[in-house]
Design a protein around this ligand. Structure first.
Ligand SMILES: [Zn+2]
Length: 284
C-alpha cells in the first residue's frame, strides 16, 4: 500500500528515532507510506544512548543526535519533523540508586540538562521541552526533587513561550501541574501529558493510539493529540506501537466519520499547543 491519500495532515505527537541502533529513517518511511506527514521527535533517554551525564553540557550529545535525525526525517516527509528536547524523569532513579547522588544533586543536574535543552528552543532549533516525574513509586525526597525539576521545565517553558511535554504517573487529573504552569505564565493547554488516556483535566492529552481511547477522545471533542511513543529500540520490539500506527488510526477514524476529531488532533490542537501549522508546512 502506498500513499493512501488520507487528505489531511497526520502528526505523531511523540516518538523516538535511533538511526544508529534502531529503524531510524526506515520508521519514517513506514510512517510516510501509510499517510503520515509530521512528527514530533523526542530525544531518547540519555543513558539509552550510553551518555552518563555529569553536567548539563553532557546532554548536548543526546540533543544533537535528535536534531540530526529530525533533519533527515524532514527530508523524507511531505510535512516535516520537529525536535522536542529534555531530560527523562526516570534519570533521577538512575542517578540516585545507581550513581549514589543525593536527590538534590540529581535535581540540579537534571535542571542543568533542561537549561541546555532550552538553549535549543531559544535558538529556534527545537520546538518544545520535555520533562516530567516518575510514574512509579519513589521516596518523598525523590518525589520532591522530581517536582522541582518539572517546575523548572515549566519556568523555562513560560520564559521561552514554548510547550512542555510531560511524562507523569497515569492520571485523569493533573490540574495541580496545570496550576503550576498557569502561575508561571505558561497556559495550561501548552502543557502536554504524553502517554495519556482519552480523558484528562488540566494539560492537553497526547493520547496513546488504542482504538477505544481515540474513539473516546473523538467523542469528547476536547483538544487532543495522537501519539505512539515508538521507542525505536531493537531490544524492545514489542514494547510499543509501531510508526505506522497513527496514520492507520486516522484511516479508521475517517471510516467511522470522525473527520472533525481528526482535524482537531492534527491541525487545530498542534496549532494551539505548539504554534505549528501542519497545513502550511505540507508541500505535497
Ligand atoms: Zn517516549
Amino acid at each position: 500500500m502506498t500513499d493512501p491519500e488520507l487528505d489531511t495532515p497526520v502528526l505523531d505527537d511523540h516518538l523516538h528515532l535511533d538511526p544508529d541502533a534502531g529503524q531510524g529513517l526506515d520508521a519514517v518511511r513506514d510512517f510516510r507510506r501509510l499517510g503520515g506527514t509530521h512528527l514530533l521527535v523526542v530525544n531518547k533517554p540519555s543513558w539509552h544512548l550510553g551518555v552518563e551525564a555529569e553536567a548539563g553540557a553532557d546532554f548536548r550529545a543526546v540533543f544533537e543526535r535528535t536534531l540530526d535525525a529530525v533533519a533527515d526525517a524532514s527530508d523524507l516527509l511531505p510535512g516535516r519533523a520537529w525536535p522536542v528536547l529534555g531530560v527523562h524523569p526516570g534519570l533521577i532513579s538512575r542517578l540516585v540508586d545507581e550513581r549514589g547522588l543525593a536527590p538534590t544533586a540529581a535535581r540540579d543536574l537534571m535542571q542543568a540538562g533542561l537549561d541546555v535543552a532550552a538553549e535549543y528552543v531559544r535558538d529556534g532549533r527545537a520546538l518544545a521541552l520535555k520533562s516530567g516525574r516518575p510514574h512509579y513509586d519513589v521516596s518523598d525526597e525523590v518525589w520532591d526533587a522530581s517536582n522541582d525539576v518539572l517546575r523548572h521545565a515549566l519556568d523555562l517553558g513560560a520564559d521561552l513561550g514554548c510547550a512542555v511535554q510531560l511524562h507523569t504517573e497515569a492520571s485523569e487529573d493533573l490540574t495541580e501541574i496545570a496550576s503550576w504552569a498557569e502561575t508561571r505564565g505558561l497556559p495550561a493547554h501548552r502543557v502536554v501529558k504524553h502517554y495519556a488516556g482519552p480523558t484528562l483535566a488540566g494539560p492537553t492529552p497526547s493520547v496513546m493510539c488504542r482504538k477505544e481511547w481515540l474513539r473516546e477522545a473523538a467523542e469528547r471533542g476536547e483538544p487532543f493529540l495522537m501519539e505512539t511513543d515508538f521507542v525505536d529500540d531493537p531490544e524492545r520490539p514489542g514494547a510499543v506501537m509501531g510508526p505506522k500506527t497513527v496514520p492507520r488510526r486516522v484511516r479508521t477514524l475517517q471510516s467511522e466519520g470522525y473527520d472533525d476529531a481528526i482535524r482537531l488532533a492534527h491541525v487545530e490542537t498542534p496549532a494551539r499547543v505548539y504554534g505549528i501549522d501542519t497545513e502550511a508546512t505540507l508541500t505535497g
